[in-house]
Design a protein around this ligand. Structure first.
Ligand SMILES: Cc1cc2nc3c(=O)[nH]c(=O)nc-3n(C[C@H](O)[C@H](O)[C@H](O)COP(=O)(O)O)c2cc1C
Length: 313
């Protein structure tokens, strides 16, 4: 609790069993393994840190160019480069254990069995507080269709992960579907403790001089302020469709952005692309939330979650 102008402001939120000191988290893939930001950000102030997606084996990722700037956003085709679960536990966890914030490990796999094996290996490890399951990955057994675009496949991954861990499981939804509420309900029914959304939207960019795609992978994931209205709409829809907590992600760079997501029904938010151009974005969002709550005469952030007012037609 903090005291602003004589008023105690409570920023604590709960994602099922997972208790956060404030609702501001950093998004997977945009904050490394946290150490990379330790000179720029006070890591101990964050609600939670979500680390780069981890797979069973290390992955080299895609060839360059892997990142392109777009209007109000960026396209990336990093290809899920990471150190692998063993490398993560041996080389990254020691630093993370010393950080006084929740640590959430984002996991990715080629099959439901791989997700399950990862969940098992990451359970019972001191300093890991929850798992975030990235289902925007291709299922190699189903010809590369992303798990997150098929309710049956998303259900299978969620059930398998839940069967291997007693950690809170957050399932991270893909926006590249017709109706995201169908996916949210499927993973809720399969036992997810919370959902986070959105992952990147699939896009592309072409260099007209060379007539070649700007990304070596041709297509990539669009993120940043450009996607915020789409993400906000999806968070609002999902928050009305499920009863588990929702974490909002997509183009959040300021306290006002974060507040929009909380009002739309998100219990917490993740800051992604903004970390690249404004590394202190998450910290200034925490300060801005407090200032807003004080100005609105609210003593708890929980009072504004889902507090959007809509006139009846
Ligand atoms: C360079 C980059 C790498 C990312 N890597 C991951 C990842 O490993 N796992 C994952 O679930 N999401 C990953 N994401 C998606 C982000 O966590 C986030 O969902 C998305 O970028 C939308 O939020 P933003 O607009 O605030 O960046 C990545 C995004 C970027 C830009």
């Amino acid at each position: 609790m903090d005291n602003i102008n004589g008023m105690d402001i409570d920023l604590r939120v709960r994602l099922g069993e997972l208790r956060l000191r404030n609702p501001v988290m950093t998004a997977s893939g945009t904050f490394g393994y946290a150490r990379e930001f330790s000179q720029l950000v006070n890591l101990h102030r964050l609600g939670a840190i979500v680390v780069k997606g981890i797979s069973l084996k290390p992955r080299p990722g895609n060839p360059p160019p892997r990142v392109v700037e777009t209007a109000c956003g960026m396209l990336n085709a990093i290809g899920l480069e990471n150190v692998g679960v063993q490398g993560f536990l041996e080389r990254k966890m020691e630093f993370l254990r010393g950080v006084n914030s929740r640590v959430i490990v984002n996991i990715l796999g080629d099959s439901a069995a791989e997700y399950g094996a990862l969940a098992g290996k990451l359970t019972g490890i001191e300093g890991i507080d929850a798992l975030e399951v990235n289902i925007s990955c291709p299922n190699v057994k189903k010809g590369g269709v992303a798990f997150g675009t098929d309710p049956a496949m998303a259900t299978e991954v969620t059930r398998t992960v839940k069967g291997q861990t007693d950690l809170p499981v957050i399932v991270k939804l893909s926006p590249n579907v017709t109706d995201i509420t169908v996916m949210a309900r499927a993973v809720e029914d399969a036992g997810a403790d919370a959902v986070s959304l959105i992952n990147t939207l699939i896009g592309m960019a072409i260099d007209v001089g060379s007539r070649r795609p700007k990304l070596a992978n041709v297509i990539g994931g669009l993120s940043g302020p450009a996607i915020k209205p789409v993400a906000l709409r999806m968070v609002w829809q999902v928050a009305r469709a499920v009863s588990i907590p929702v974490i909002g992600i997509g183009g959040i760079a300021t306290a006002e952005d974060a507040l929009e997501f909380l009002l739309a029904g998100a219990t917490a938010i993740e800051v992604g692309t903004a970390n690249f151009y404004q590394p202190r974005a998450a910290e200034s969002i925490i300060d801005g939330l407090r200032a807003y709550l004080a100005a609105q005469g609210e003593d708890s952030v929980r009072a504004i979650i889902g507090a959007l007012q809509i006139d009846e037609a």
